[in-house]
Design a protein around this ligand. Structure first.
Ligand SMILES: NC(=O)c1ccc[n+]([C@@H]2O[C@H](COP(=O)([O-])OP(=O)(O)OC[C@H]3O[C@@H](n4cnc5c(N)ncnc54)[C@H](O)[C@@H]3O)[C@@H](O)[C@H]2O)c1
Length: 361
C-alpha cells in the first residue's frame, strides 16, 4: 500500500497556507502544527474548523524540537522568519524529516549550502518555495523563452512596485526589514520571487550594479532598490523593488527580444507580441488576442496586502513535496536552485554598499 505522508508546519503566519494545503493534499496527512505563539495556534485550529478540514488528532506544539520527536511526521514545512530557515531546516533533517522551506531558503547562500550538505548526508528531500513559477501565465512565457520565440532577448524589466505599511514592519516581533532576520528589505522579502523568475527565464547573471535607499519606512535595510543586471546571454535588464508604491501597484515582468515582447503584471498577461517567421500582422494580433483571452483576466496579487497572496501556488508545492516523498523524486525547487535568487539579491546589496559593479563567476 502507498505510504501516507505525515505533514507538520512550523510558523503559522504564511505557514497557514502550508497547513491548509497539507490538510487537502492527496497522499498526505496533517499531523502537527507548531508556533511559539498560542494565538497563532488557536487561529490555525479555527481556520481548519471553519473550512471543515480539522483533523481531530491534530497535535499542537510550541516547542519545535519536541515536535521533531514525533515519529508520525515525515515532512516539516519551515515557515518561520527568513533568518531562521537554515537552522530549523537542518535540525529537522537531522531528526530524519524531509523539509519544505519558505522563500528565501535562507538569507545567506552559505547557509543554504549547509542545508544542501545536510540533504546529501541524510538522503532526505529538501524543497524550496517559489510558488510564482506555477502562476498559470508563466508556463507559456517560459515556453516562449525556451523555444526562442522572442529571438535574442536583449532587455527587459522586472519591477516589484508593492506597498507595505509601517505596522507590517512592527508586527510579529519586528523581524521584517532587519538584516539579521529578513536579510534585506523590499528585494529579499517581497522581490525574491521576481528575482527567481528573472534568473529562471534569463539564466546566469554576469554582473550587477545597484543603488538602494530607504524612502519612508523606519527600517534598517531598504524599501527601494534599483539595479542594472547583465546576463551571460548578453541581456541587460532593469530590476526594481520597493514597498513604497502606494497603494500597491504591481509586479511587472517585461521581456524584449529581436522577434517579440511579452509583458506580464503578476499573474496577468498585459501584452503578447511574437513575430513568428512569415506571420502576417493579423496573425500576430490574433495570437495576442487569444493569449489575452486565456491569461489576461487573472487578478490576484500581494502587492498591497500580504494576506492576499493566493493559496494555489502553495497548494501545488505542498502536494509536490508530498509526491516527492511518495514517489521518491526531487521536489520542484531544490537548495542549489534556491541559492540563485539569494546570490543575486546579496550582490545587489553589496553593489549598493560598495558603489561597485559586482561580477559573477
Ligand atoms: N511564499 C510567500 O508568498 C510568502 C509570503 C509571506 C511570507 N513568506 C515567508 O515566510 C516566512 C514567514 O513569514 P511570515 O510573514 O509568515 O512571518 P510571521 O512573523 O507572520 O510568522 C512567523 C511565525 O513563526 C513563529 N516562529 C518563529 N520562530 C519559531 C520557532 N523557533 N518555533 C516555532 N514557531 C516559531 C512566530 O511565532 C510566527 O508566528 C518568511 O521567510 C517569509 O519570507 C513567504
Amino acid at each position: 500500500m502507498e505510504k501516507t505522508v505525515g505533514y507538520a508546519v512550523v510558523g503559522l503566519g504564511v505557514g497557514r497556507n502550508h497547513v491548509t494545503a497539507a490538510a487537502d493534499a492527496k497522499g498526505g496527512k496533517l499531523v502537527a502544527v507548531c508556533d511559539l505563539r498560542q494565538d497563532r495556534l488557536d487561529r490555525m485550529v479555527n481556520i481548519l474548523k471553519e473550512r471543515g478540514t480539522y483533523p481531530e488528532d491534530l497535535k499542537l506544539y510550541s516547542d519545535f524540537d519536541e515536535m521533531l520527536k514525533d515519529p508520525e511526521i515525515d515532512v516539516v514545512s519551515v515557515c518561520t522568519p527568513s533568518g531562521t530557515h537554515a537552522e530549523l531546516a537542518i535540525r529537522a533533517l537531522n531528526a530524519g524529516k524531509h523539509v519544505l522551506v519558505e522563500k528565501p531558503m535562507d538569507i545567506e547562500v552559505e547557509r543554504i549550502l549547509e542545508i544542501e550538505k545536510a540533504r546529501v548526508r541524510t538522503g532526505l528531500k529538501v524543497g524550496g518555495i517559489f510558488q510564482n513559477r506555477r502562476n498559470a501565465v508563466m508556463e507559456p512565457v517560459k515556453k516562449a523563452v525556451e523555444n526562442g520565440d522572442l529571438g535574442e532577448i536583449f532587455t527587459g524589466f522586472f519591477r516589484v512596485n508593492w506597498h507595505r505599511t509601517d505596522e507590517y514592519f512592527l508586527e510579529s516581533g519586528g523581524w521584517r526589514g532587519t538584516w539579521a532576520m529578513d536579510g534585506g528589505g523590499s528585494l529579499m522579502n517581497q522581490g525574491v520571487h521576481t528575482v527567481d523568475i528573472m534568473q529562471w527565464l534569463l539564466g546566469d547573471v554576469a554582473s550587477i550594479r545597484s543603488e538602494t535607499r530607504i524612502i519612508n519606512h523606519n527600517i534598517e535595510t531598504e524599501d527601494f532598490t534599483n539595479s542594472i543586471v547583465k546576463f551571460k546571454s548578453g541581456a541587460i535588464v532593469n530590476l526594481i523593488s520597493t514597498t513604497c508604491a502606494r497603494p500597491g501597484f504591481g509586479t511587472d515582468i517585461q521581456l524584449t527580444g529581436t522577434k517579440g515582447s511579452i509583458h506580464v503584471d503578476a499573474e496577468t498577461l498585459i501584452r503578447w507580441c511574437i513575430c513568428r517567421d512569415g506571420a502576417t500582422h493579423e496573425e500576430i494580433v490574433a495570437e495576442e488576442r487569444e493569449m489575452l483571452a486565456k491569461y489576461g483576466a487573472v487578478k490576484s496579487t500581494g502587492s498591497a496586502d500580504p494576506t492576499a497572496i493566493t493559496l494555489r501556488g502553495h497548494a501545488y508545492q505542498v502536494q509536490d513535496m508530498i509526491d516527492a516523498v511518495r514517489f521518491d523524486r526531487d521536489p520542484m525547487v531544490g537548495p542549489m536552485e534556491a541559492t540563485k535568487a539569494v546570490r543575486i539579491i546579496n550582490a545587489v546589496y553589496e553593489s549598493a554598499r560598495t558603489g561597485k559593479e559586482i561580477f559573477f563567476d
